[in-house]
Unconditional design. Structure first.
Ligand SMILES: [Zn+2]
Length: 947
């Protein structure tokens, strides 16, 4: 389950993840022993600090909630999952399915649905009809095309009035059993047994979404039915114990012991409230909109969650989880009639309610003058606290909703300002040396009123005001001088490429479209409009061509930012005592609770605690389990998906070709062997990759180089890749250079790759210093927010060489290395620069190179000559042979202390050492254990999350 909050780290919005498993991709990859990809700090996913960009709706084509496909990087679909090499990014754009529409509308009318509007949407090759259920007012968007990855979602407007976390607790609780599916957690049964390609739920600040997706029609309708029954008829509104389990309760194992708080959401939010970036995002949003629902936290403030009563919880459900307050989305190649038939069975059971009026989100009135806020955050003792301040300036852009073209133009502006490392606002802020990394996500337009945020973290106390002044100065200069034409062209190409490629990876395309449409629909605006970008895009391009980009963008900067006094500057101060103070305050409250209780009360609480635990540990009766629909073996395709591979050779280098329809995009990876690199250079590798992309060549500084990449291609990234090899001690270690371009630009793509590999100069000491500070800030953030990942990496590093390498490049060891490096750069720069040069020489040669290329046969054939030219230009260096990578961390138990309110614990062992042979059983067993025994003990009874 996920809580969607407007949080931004290094310029990208984060999703808050709850502890439920995240089955965003087919099950095998989520629970399988992972293919080991090197640290996120070295990979595109983390360089994603630079890969933010554009308004969410603008670039929503690429997994809108996670990350945009802007800049040089790749769309990330399922954060944290191994997907970079596993899924060739192939577009198979859907096309509308012709259907006998009169017949469908007649059938719809019979079921009580009235057609509101009908449109063909060329941008997603779909025919879409908006229906209204006459009796209840429920709205249904039925999108028909030939995409077999069908998507359903039901969304309720759920604006909270306080920070007790009702929407979030409800989002968890409705999936704990319902009328037709009366077991403890049908959700978990679905996780175990269905073929879903997506199964999850999100809590936004003002809405709650329940989406599912599957390519199997029978499975799809099973999922739809379980979700509809869950939202409309959940057991949790009658069952106090579910509320206690998912929300909060006092736990007392025996009257002599201390009382403690327990609850899944309670614990989850304690984790969220420990992370400085999260605190910054929340405080900024609340301060921008103090007077409406965005002034409180829909996820729940751990201080307020225990104030929530069961009565309020039930009332919230009955008010807002009602068809009159629902927006329902269907997408894919299934039958429209069947969609409506299933829906009518549920909707007909309700009468109209006033929920839709009561759930309206009121706009925040614009301030008359700017506001400043200071807030403390829990910091560790290490390092110089005076340099750990954070500051972010935020604007609420408008009281009224903006028209499409203005919104689109703001999206472009956002990309121009911040979209790539070369973008001026981002670049100048980082180059100023006032802070270590960017905070604030630029333009954010998924809520009622758009906002803009930008700031820095790792700022020293005396520089706080300077950051805000600098932000204003840069914006003022840009408004006066305009943007470079090359920058405008690069942003235009990047955004257009992303929109047309519409590559959402393994994130269902229909879900990406639903979330995009919902951004307007949820506020009673036109749900079709966000799906139709073509016309406004052409208009904007025409306007820029006619009047020049300055005439388009300068007035936007002036009106919405510079002259807009609805501005909130948030300063965050490190406080090493805060965590222990909060803990003491919680203990004190619990002590008072206990002392206010009589002996009988305490005995009763101990009894209730035991009763809840017993219930949690009692398995569901078999008849209840049978209620959850599952597929039989006949329902499942026996053949695996076939990816065509043709192995060939160009100039003595192995080339893998995949002949697939890609909508004229050519995807390519050039892979080099890392084995020829000196072992002592290993930890420099992530920074080496970043240097290739962000240092510039003899003829071009990095800004020009980045603009060229943006103008000519769909993006280039460079990252290390590590994996264990079956039956071998020595792991696979590679450097991947990945790029994509339209077929007419393949020559440019390979030429630019060649530039990056051979011409980049490792001479920019100050830029390198920035890379180190940014990486360090990112790693420190990971340490708090993804402690389970850190723990897992640490354990892997004790068990095998591939794990050891990954940990060196993205674990605690890497953070230690970065902290050390930061202090050495000034004295040691010549040596570091020489090492980078040496790494290039040892890594990039024809020997050990492999090329992987995906497009249709015509494009593959045409690309051959450009590949040959690229290879000709590569130096030839006879391999010197290399020592195997056999290092491990010492095999001892460890405890690592970090300043958060949550602990992360892990345990690992090597199955192969106990005689296991790879045959797939471990995948099944690991999925089974996670969704059964571990789920019940760790999450349900313990109130913790399983990672
Ligand atoms: Zn959650």
């Amino acid at each position: 389950m996920e809580r969607v909050a407007l949080l931004r780290t290094s310029g990208r919005r984060l999703l808050q993840r709850c502890g439920r498993p995240r089955p965003l991709v087919p099950a095998a990859s989520s629970s399988a022993p992972r293919r080991r990809l090197t640290s996120s700090s070295a990979s595109p996913s983390s360089s994603s600090s630079s890969s933010r960009g554009g308004s969410s709706r603008l670039l929503a084509a690429a997994a809108p909630l996670h990350l945009h496909a802007a800049g040089r990087y790749w769309p990330l679909t399922a954060p944290g999952l191994a997907r970079r090499l596993s899924v060739p990014a192939v577009s198979t754009s859907p096309s509308p399915v012709p259907s006998d529409t009169d017949d469908v509308h007649e059938y719809a009318a019979k079921l009580g649905f009235e057609k509101v509007s009908e449109q063909v949407i060329d941008e997603c090759k779909s025919a879409a009809v908006l229906y209204k259920h006459k009796k209840t007012g429920a709205e249904v968007m039925s999108v028909a095309n030939d995409d077999e990855n069908k998507v359903f979602g039901i969304v309720f407007r759920t604006p909270p009035k306080n920070s007790t976390g009702i929407p979030h607790i409800l989002e968890h609780s409705v999936l704990c059993g319902s009328r037709k599916y009366p077991l403890k957690e049908p959700f978990v049964e679905l996780l175990k047994g269905s073929l879903h390609t997506f199964l999850n739920a999100f809590t936004y600040p003002d809405r709650t979404c329940y989406p599912v997706a599957s390519t199997n029609t029978k499975d799809f309708y099973n999922l739809v039915d379980v979700y509809l029954d869950a939202v409309f008829f959940p057991k949790c509104v009658e069952d106090f114990q579910t509320f206690q389990q998912e929300g909060w309760h006092y736990e007392l194992n025996s009257p002599e012991e201390e009382i403690s708080y327990k609850g899944v959401v309670f614990n989850e939010m304690k984790g969220v409230y420990s992370q400085p970036d999260n605190i910054m995002g929340r405080v900024s949003q609340q301060a921008l909109s103090p007077d409406n629902t965005y002034g409180v936290d829909s996820g729940g403030d751990p201080n307020d969650i225990p104030k929530l009563t069961f009565e309020e919880f039930k009332e919230f459900h009955s008010k807002f989880y009602h068809p009159s307050n629902a927006r329902i989305w269907f997408y894919g190649d299934d039958d429209t009639k069947e969609r409506l038939r299933i829906l009518s069975e549920y909707l007909d059971l309700f009468e109209a309610s006033p929920a839709r009026n009561e759930s309206k989100v009121m706009p925040q009135k614009l301030f008359k003058e700017p506001v400043r806020i200071a807030e403390k955050y829990p910091a560790g003792q290490e390092g110089d606290l005076k340099k750990k301040y954070m500051v972010c300036t935020n604007w609420l852009l408008s009281e009224e909703p903006l028209d499409v073209e203005t919104e689109l133009a703001l999206g472009f502006l956002d990309h121009l300002l911040l979209g790539t490392p070369a973008s001026p606002l981002r670049r100048i802020l980082l180059e100023s040396g006032l802070g270590e990394a960017i905070v604030g996500g630029g333009v954010e337009d998924e809520l009622l009123q758009p906002q803009f945020s930008i700031g820095l973290k790792g700022v020293s106390e005396d520089n706080i005001e300077k950051v805000e002044e600098l932000v204003m100065q840069i914006l003022k200069n840009l408004a006066e001088e305009g943007f470079a034409p090359e920058a405008v062209e690069a942003s235009m190409n990047t955004i257009e490429f992303s929109l047309r490629e519409n590559n959402t990876g393994s994130f269902p395309r229909g879900l990406s479209l639903m979330l995009r449409s919902m951004g307007k629909w949820i506020y009673d605006m036109d749900p079709f409009e966000p799906l139709k970008y073509e016309q406004p895009l052409q208009q904007l391009k025409a306007r820029i061509a006619e009047k020049g980009s300055k005439a388009v963008f300068s007035p936007l900067i002036e009106k919405y930012i510079l002259n807009n006094v609805h501005r909130v500057t948030v300063e965050m101060q490190p406080d090493p005592e805060k965590a222990s103070r909060d803990e003491a305050a919680e203990k004190e409250i619990l002590k008072q609770v206990k002392s206010s209780m009589t002996q009988e009360d305490l005995a009763e609480l101990a009894r209730a605690t035991k009763e809840l635990k017993d219930k949690q540990e009692t398995p569901d009766p078999p008849e209840a389990l049978k209620a959850v629909p599952s597929l039989s073996l006949q329902d499942i395709h026996k053949k695996p998906i076939h990816v065509p591979i043709e192995v060939g050779e160009i100039n003595g280098v192995k080339v893998l070709q995949h002949d697939l329809f890609t909508n004229d995009v050519v995807y390519s990876e050039v892979v080099f062997d890392m084995g020829s690199m000196k072992k002592e250079h290993l930890q420099l590798l992530p920074l080496f990759c970043q240097s290739l992309l962000e240092m510039g060549t003899k003829d071009m500084d990095f800004v020009q180089l980045n603009q060229l990449i943006g103008r000519k291609t769909g993006g280039i990234s460079v990252y290390p890749l590590t994996s264990s090899i079956k039956g071998k001690e020595d792991p696979l270690t590679r450097i991947v250079v990945r790029g994509k371009a339209m077929s007419t630009r393949v020559e440019d793509l390979f030429h630019l790759m060649n530039c990056l590999l051979q011409d980049v100069q490792f001479t920019e000491q100050q830029r390198f210093k920035q890379f180190v500070s940014q990486s360090k800030a990112r790693m420190e953030n990971r340490l708090r927010g993804s402690g389970h990942g850190i723990a897992a990496a640490r354990m892997d590093a004790k068990l095998n060489a591939a794990g050891w390498i990954s940990e060196q490049l993205g674990g605690v060891s890497y953070l230690e290395y970065l902290r050390d490096l930061e202090t050495k750069i000034d004295q040691d720069w010549d040596r570091i620069s020489a090492s980078l040069e040496e790494m290039r020489k040892s890594l990039f040669s024809k020997e050990g190179c492999l090329i992987n290329i995906t497009s249709d046969s015509k494009n593959l054939e045409k690309s051959g000559q450009h590949i040959a030219k690229f290879l000709d230009a590569l130096p030839s260096a006879p391999s010197l042979g290399s020592d195997p990578w056999l290092s491990r961390l010492p095999s001892v138990n460890e405890a690592i202390v970090i300043p958060t309110q949550v602990n992360y614990v892990g345990k690992a062992g090597n199955l192969y050492q106990s005689g296991y042979q790879l045959n797939g059983s471990a995948y099944v067993i690991s999925k089974h254990i996670s969704n059964t025994w571990l789920w019940d003990r760790v999450r349900v009874s313990g109130g913790c999350s399983i990672a």
